[in-house]
Design a protein around this ligand. Structure first.
Ligand code: GUN
Length: 286
């Protein structure tokens, strides 16, 4: 059996074309969607992510500003900038790239962002709204996964969904979205006693563990939809290329559908950041 490929690049392209049209319509009425991205320090992966976010804004016709701070920046200085952006009518989304250097209290920084501009969906008010089933912004990666599942087709109601990973950024909001979609959800993590027992029951399996090729074909139910959120770089002696949390070669023989890495969830995350920024701008424009 060879799984259907869920092409995140193609879906991202389709959605971004629609966002560009909507952004142009909004701009014609005087509101250009605007995103501010704050990067503190020189984490190479964060630098790439931030550059990609800013470039995606330009391609979609959004306004964006990138604010760089050195690794030893004072938290007060960054908090003052966030307050300024909260009050800036040209900015509809504010994103602080994580992780932050150790002198920062990450939660305090996320709470300083206006919930109306929190396009990552990380503010406690927005996390609470999501829990209550009345979300303002959906966290970008889980939002992108839901779009890929829509593309895979078939109802999610009554399906067994298993999420591996319990982070605030992916695992927890992912579980909540699948729950709201009518799935029976299991969240597995590093202390789960018998991981394979759970994963083999999954109609929908989402891997967000951060360990290369962790999910192998023997852990997957035949016909399952497998979503790979991982982006890992293999060591140089193994070729140094990017790979996911899923062992693509063995899983594609068992699964019904699978996302590749790269080209699956990755392009969808930035696409949904654009979606959130656009929705925020549309709300601000009334
Ligand atoms: N670091 C890793 N993923 C993310 C994300 O989705 N948003 C932000 N702000 N930082 C991240």
């Amino acid at each position: 059996m060879t799984a259907k490929l869920l092409d995140g690049n193609a879906l991202a392209k389709k959605l971004r074309a629609d966002f560009k049209t909507r952004a142009e319509a909004l701009a014609a009425q005087g509101t250009r969607p605007g995103l501010a991205v704050i990067l503190v320090g020189e984490n190479p992966a964060s630098q790439v992510y931030v550059r990609n976010k800013v470039n995606a804004c330009a391609e979609a016709g959004f306004h964006s500003v990138k604010l760089d701070y050195p690794a030893d920046a004072a938290p007060a200085e960054v908090l003052a900038k966030i307050a300024e952006l909260n009050a800036d009518p040209a900015i509809h989304g504010i994103l602080v790239q994580l992780p932050l250097p150790p002198q920062f209290d990450e939660d305090a920084v996320l709470e300083a962002i206006s919930p109306e501009k929190d396009v990552d969906g990380f503010h406690a008010e927005n996390v609470g709204a999501l829990m209550q089933g009345n979300p303002r912004f959906l966290p970008c990666t889980p939002y992108g996964v839901m779009k890929l599942l829509e593309e895979a087709g078939g109802s999610l109601k009554g399906k067994e969904a298993v999420v591996i990973g319990r982070s605030n950024i992916v695992g927890k909001p992912m579980a909540m979205l699948l729950l709201h979609a009518g799935c029976t959800v299991t969240v597995c993590h590093s202390q789960t006693a018998d991981l394979g027992f759970h994963t083999r029951r999954a109609d929908i399996l989402v891997a967000a563990v951060g360990r290369p090729r962790f999910v192998t074909g023997d852990m997957v139910k035949p016909g399952a939809v497998v979503i790979d959120v991982g982006i890992n770089r293999l060591p140089a002696e193994q070729g140094g290329k990017l790979c996911g949390d899923v062992d693509f070669d063995s899983v594609k023989e068992v699964a019904g559908a699978i996302t590749p890495v790269p080209g699956g969830v990755g392009p969808m995350t930035i696409t949904m950041l654009l979606a959130n920024t656009l929705e925020s701008a549309e709300r601000a424009a009334g």
